[in-house]
Design a protein around this ligand. Structure first.
Ligand code: GLY
Length: 329
């Protein structure tokens, strides 16, 4: 199971030159290529380091990418200090912590849950939706009932300290709607994509969503094609940031389709960001980030604003990588 990952050299391609070219140095710093067969795990933000290690543990024991991505993001979901994923997450405006998650495998099978309250591991419920039902997505009370019927662990939310913050926020924010802070606590969603020793791809994405969102709001993270998409012939992509903008361009599916048409992962992520920039006149606080891998193990990421980073785990690597971006704050 030996593999090498290294900085890719001389990558300028036709597709790249058609799309707002990146500087050569950016390419060198932000494109990676796998030269031997073997596992790769990628995930969004600093919490991805621990998640990747759990996923890696599955993969080095010969496990499948699907099991790896689930086990990986479960680490983040269980971390009660994390304010943007899982049971430690911030609530909506009305004080409810509502969780969104989805999972997709190498056969194109997928499952999702949205607006789910009081369940410790939404990602595992999403997997159960995929494996035990004829549906792709369950939300709200129906998702909760399904989770309870299958014996998934419950958890009381919001946590006391999170509730205290929310009460302060309520006092200070009387207006109907407030834009989110971007890169809040320097992370949000965890999206994790993995390639196993068989060369198969899977992905998982899970979040508590936009802090103090409207009650009932669901973001991109549980939407297959927005927060996550896997096509085992081509590659996989996951997204983070302001879900509404990502949904509007079917972000992760767009990235994978661009890769199908010859874009590298980096070029495809950059083009998806370009579309978001073109479609949104007001880019204030509109951070969106994409992270992708193709079937050959090439990796790329891109974000609207500076600050997005991702965790990379291979045989040789276990580290954070800063993604290139369109603009500074
Ligand atoms: N990307 C997470 C959300 O918008 O909820």
């Amino acid at each position: 199971m030996k593999r090498r990952s290294f900085v890719k050299l001389g990558l300028a391609t036709g597709a790249l030159s058609m799309v707002n070219p990146l500087k050569g140095t950016e390419l060198l710093e932000h494109s990676f290529e796998s030269k031997a067969s073997g596992p790769i795990v990628l995930s969004t933000w600093i919490h991805g380091l621990e998640a990747n290690r759990a996923a890696w543990d599955v993969l080095i024991h010969g496990g499948k990418a699907l099991d790896a991505v689930e086990q990986g993001v479960k680490v983040t979901e269980a971390d009660i200090t994390n304010r943007s994923v899982g049971i430690g997450g911030r609530p909506d405006r009305d004080g409810h912590v509502t969780l969104d998650a989805c999972i997709m495998d190498h056969e194109g099978k997928c499952g999702a849950v949205g607006f789910l309250e009081g369940i410790k591991h939404p990602i595992s419920v999403a997997r159960a939706v995929m494996e035990k039902t004829q549906h792709v997505m369950l939300v709200g009370d129906g998702a909760k009932k399904f989770a309870l019927d299958y014996g998934f662990e419950t958890s009381k939310t919001p946590l006391p300290e999170v509730k205290k913050d929310w009460k302060t926020w309520r006092r200070e924010n009387k207006e109907v709607f407030k834009k989110p802070e971007i890169n809040h606590e320097n992370h949000d969603t965890i999206g994790l994509i993995a390639m196993d020793q068989f060369g198969d791809l899977s992905g998982a994405c899970t979040t508590s969503g936009w802090a103090y969102k409207m009650h009932g709001r669901i973001g991109d993270s549980p939407i297959i094609g927005a927060g996550l998409f896997v096509d085992n012939e081509i590659g996989a992509c996951t997204a983070s940031g302001l879900g509404e903008a990502i949904i509007r361009i079917a972000g992760s599916h767009t990235v994978v389709e661009l890769m199908r048409h010859g874009f590298s992962p980096l070029e495809a992520c950059k083009e998806a960001v370009n579309r978001i920039i073109k479609k949104n006149k007001d880019l204030t606080n509109l951070q969106c980030c994409f992270l992708a891998m193709d079937k050959k193990g090439n990796i790329g990421a891109y974000s609207v604003y500076a600050g997005f980073n991702y965790a990379l785990k291979t045989t040789d690597d276990d580290r954070m990588v800063d993604a290139p971006f369109d603009r500074n704050w």
